[in-house]
Write a protein of this length. Sequence first.
Length: 89
Amino acid sequence: MLTAAGNKLFYHTFPDENKHSYEIDFLLSGAQKICPIEVRSSGYRTHKSLDLFCRKYSSRIGERYLLYTKDLRKDEQITMVPIYMTPML
């Protein structure tokens, strides 16, 4: 759905200081900022990868999205979007 909307998609992994690997499922490149997207089928209340990524690259981050199976809502700086609304990103 994201590529059909004309987006180029990127995937990113990064280690923390304990060599644990984190991943961001999709990165959308905007005009001057990047928009990280985390996809969750369950356990949406914790999103450590997204939080660490946004902290690490804070000056380059635009809108932050979490795709999940619940209703649309805003949680601090993260827009939580139902999967069926993916084409609207």
